[in-house]
Design a protein around this ligand. Structure first.
Ligand SMILES: *[C@@H]1O[C@H](CO)[C@@H](O)[C@H](O)[C@H]1NC(C)=O
Ligand SMILES: *[C@@H]1O[C@H](CO)[C@@H](O)[C@H](O)[C@H]1NC(C)=O
Ligand SMILES: *[C@@H]1O[C@H](CO)[C@@H](O)[C@H](O)[C@H]1NC(C)=O
Ligand SMILES: *[C@@H]1O[C@H](CO)[C@@H](O)[C@H](O)[C@H]1NC(C)=O
Length: 324
């Protein structure tokens, strides 16, 4: 239960800044979803549908333990939702569709101002319980995150390819578990992944496959987006590249993280205008001796701006979201 231990270990840091500054918003309504009929709804989507369009008050959807076999979509006109599970090991939203990294996602978020806690999103299409090699890997995301100001605490994302489609907007992933093998954290999100556990499942691709943890798609030097991994652990089976560029200004930083000995020695697979950087990481996979020559050595000031929470939190939205 290494994963659990790490999760406990990792839970301390996030709260250091959550309790500074302004009063957080309060929750006006709680809707309970329970598979066994003990709540207001038995389906998560029905609970979302029941929230009035363009509602301005935070609504909590409490999803009790169970495996909810449904695709769930939060449309743009349903902001201010807290999706609260029982624990990432007990509450699952699960579906198994493939073929289009947008449409097939089990969970789709298009609304701004969102919080998820203690819940796991899973796409079972490639992600089977056995450790058998998967021969027909395809796009099958567990989640597509396309709203602004979304935070995820103690959530799980299970899939194989494109697991977490971090598409657009500012996002905070804290103490999350993310599993996959190919481009499994990808898109144009402006995100900080803090204290997350990243499980690379390269073994499921067989001998010929290649694993890539990230595929970030920043398109120009002016775009504010990028992925910052801070105090994370990368484990599992390799070799895995830390990233490949999906667009030519791709930006990914790994900062003070632990790499098991599964990182492909070259580290990155891409071309010149990208910013791929590794700073103060530890573990046997963090040896940079054989890294591609173009790994960026960011000036201290640039690095500070990227790894600080202000990278995604300019107006302090994170501490204003309901914290329970
Ligand atoms: C990582 O994924 C593999 C393959 O699915 C699984 O066997 C292993 O338990 C996972 N590791 C953790 C720490 O959850
Ligand atoms: C949910 O069910 C509870 C208990 O029956 C009830 O008090 C509450 O008003 C319901 N909430 C909504 C939003 O329907
Ligand atoms: C393999 O994936 C393709 C699409 O990429 C799909 O059409 C086909 O049905 C899949 N085969 C199996 C056995 O799942
Ligand atoms: C890279 O981005 C520039 C714009 O900054 C664009 O003109 C060029 O076509 C892009 N190249 C590739 C290979 O996408």
């Amino acid at each position: 239960m290494e994963y659990l231990q790490l999760m406990v270990y990792f839970t301390l840091t996030p709260f250091l800044f959550l309790h500074v500054s302004k009063a957080e918003e309060i929750i006006s309504t709680t809707i309970t979803v329970d598979l066994f009929g003990k709540g207001n709804f038995t389906s998560v989507q029905k609970a979302i549908d029941s929230i009035p369009s363009n509602n301005k008050l935070w609504t909590r959807i409490h999803v009790t333990a169970g495996i909810y076999r449904e695709k769930v979509e939060i449309p743009p006109d349903k902001p201010y939702i807290v999706l609260q599970g029982e624990s990432s090991r007990l509450t699952f939203i699960q579906w198994g569709e493939f073929g289009d990294s947008g449409r097939s996602a089990t969970f789709k978020l298009y609304a701004d101002n969102f919080v998820a806690r203690d819940i796991t999103f899973e796409n079972t299409y490639n992600h089977m319980l056995s450790s058998d090699v998967v021969t027909n890997v395809t796009w099958a995301p567990a989640a597509l995150i396309q709203g602004d100001k979304a935070a995820f605490y103690r959530c799980g994302f299970l899939g194989l390819q494109d697991t977490l489609t971090d598409w657009q907007g500012r996002h905070f992933f804290n103490t999350c578990y993310i599993e996959g093998a190919i481009d499994f954290i990808w898109g144009g999100g402006q995100s900080i992944y803090q204290d997350c556990f990243i499980n690379v499942t390269k073994s499921r691709l067989g001998a010929s496959g290649t694993a890539y943890i990230t595929a970030q798609s920043r398109e120009s030097e002016e775009d504010p987006n990028g992925f910052v991994f801070k105090y994370c652990a990368i484990r599992g089976s390799g070799p895995a590249f830390l990233g490949r560029a999906y667009r030519n200004h791709s930006r990914v930083v790994f900062y003070q993280s632990y790499f098991e000995n599964i990182i492909a020695p070259k580290g990155w697979d891409a071309w010149d205008t990208i910013t791929f950087s590794e700073v103060k990481n530890i573990g046997p996979g963090a040896d940079m001796l054989k890294r591609v020559k173009w790994v960026k050595h960011l000036p201290e000031k640039t690095l500070e701006k990227l790894v600080d929470i202000s990278f995604i939190n300019a107006e302090g939205w994170i501490e204003n979201q309901p914290s329970y």
